[in-house]
Design a protein around this ligand. Sequence first.
Ligand code: CAA
Length: 284
Amino acid sequence: MADIKTLAVVGSGQMGSGIAQLGAMYGLDVWLVDTDPDALLRATNSISSSIQRFVSKSHLSQVAGSDALRRLKCTSNLEDLHLADVIIEAIVESENVKKKLFSELDKIAKASTILASNTSSISITRLASATSRPRQVIGMHFMNPPPIMKLVEIVRGANTSDETFSATKALAERFGKIVICSQDYSGFIVNRILMPMINEAFFTLYTGVATKEDIDTGMKLGTNHPMGPLELADFIGLDVCLSIMRVLHVGLGDNKYAPCPLLVQYVDAGQLGRKRGIGVYDYR
Ligand code: CAA
C-alpha cells in the first residue's frame, strides 16, 4: 500500500470529529464529511477547542495546532473523497445504513483505498459484503474520546488482507495508539467485556441493590476505573450501549446478554446521557 496522505472520515459526531482531529494533528490531509452542515460546524468548533486544550497544556505547539486546523476540510459531498487513501466510517450504528454507505464509498473511492469502519460491534464481514473490495475492508475502532484514549481495536473481517491489516495498524500507530486485534465476532474485545459490565450495573440499580452513586463509587474506587459504569454509560450514550447489548444478544445467542429493562426504559424516555443533558444523571 502506498503512503497514506489523505484521510477521509464520514460522520462528524463525537467519534468522527475526534478521528478527523487525530489525522490532522498527525500530518494528514483530512476530509470530514457529514450530510448535516450544522453537525460539521459543531465538529469544527469541538476540534478547535480540543486542539487548543493540547496547545495550552504544551502537548502541541501553536504552529502545529494551526497547521492541523488548516489540513482539515469539511464537505457534505461524498464525491470529494475520490482521492482519499483511507476512509473511516463513523456514522450511526445501523447495519443497513452503514452497508448503504459502504456500497456508495466503494464506487467513489480509488481502487487502492482502504474502507474502515469505527463500528463498536457490527460485523465487518457483513459490511465488506456490500463492497467489491472485501480484502480492503477492516474495523478500526477508536475509544471515546479518540484524541485522548490510547487504544485502537482493529477488527479483521473474514476476507481482510494482511496488507490492509498492516496499513491500518501502521496508521493507528502513527496516531500514537496501541493496537489490539480482534476476530470478527459481536462486540469484538472491548465491548464484549465492557457492555455486559455496564448492563450489570443497570441490573444492580434496577433490582435496588444500591444507589447509582454507590454503584459508580464502588467501581471507581474499588477497581480504579476513571468513571463508574453508569457515568460511563451516560458518556458513551445510553442508546449506543443498548444497541451494542442487542448486537451481543442476537449475535452471541445467549440470554446473559439481554439488555436490562431499566436501560431500555431510559432510552425509550429519550434520556440518552450527556449528549441530551440527562441520562442516569441530570447534567442540566
Ligand atoms: N481534547 C483534548 N484534551 C482532552 C479532551 C479532549 N477532547 N478530553 C480530555 N482532555 C484532557 C484534559 O485536558 C486533561 O489533560 P491533562 O491531564 O493534561 O490536564 C485530561 O485529558 C483529563 O481530562 P479532564 O481533566 O477534563 O477529565 P478527566 O480527568 O475526568 O478525564 C476522561 C476525562 C479522559 C474522559 C476520563 O474520565 C476517562 O478516561 N474516562 C473513561 C473513558 C472511557 O472509558 N472511554 C472508553 C469508552 S468505551 C468506547 O469508547 C468504546 C465504545 O465503542 C462504546
